[in-house]
Design a protein. Structure first.
Length: 90
């Protein structure tokens, strides 16, 4: 099963879990499965058009999904999906 790696700031949504495994064939359905188990994730990860929010990075096995097939990226057992909030500062 693919597994989401949940960053500290979002663990309040996952009841404190640092990792959550889901059954899904692609990244979009994985986000749906994560949100079904822990409501609130989809709104934090995706914008109104259903695309990744500007300040949230999603990595599939260390590859930025924006550089590949995006939310249509296929998933395989053992894949890791890292949620990385963008850091801004000046």
């Amino acid at each position: 099963m693919p597994t989401f790696l949940i960053p500290g700031p979002l663990r309040s949504l996952s009841a404190g879990a640092a990792a959550v495994a889901v059954e899904a064939a692609d990244l979009r359905s994985a986000i749906d499965a994560l949100d079904a188990r822990y409501p609130g994730f989809k709104g934090r990860l995706l914008d109104e058009e259903g695309e990744p929010r500007q300040f949230v990075n999603l990595f599939l096995n260390d590859e930025d999904v924006r550089l590949g097939r995006g939310l249509d990226s296929p998933l395989a057992p053992g894949d890791e999906i890292a949620i990385v909030p963008a850091v801004a500062g000046g």
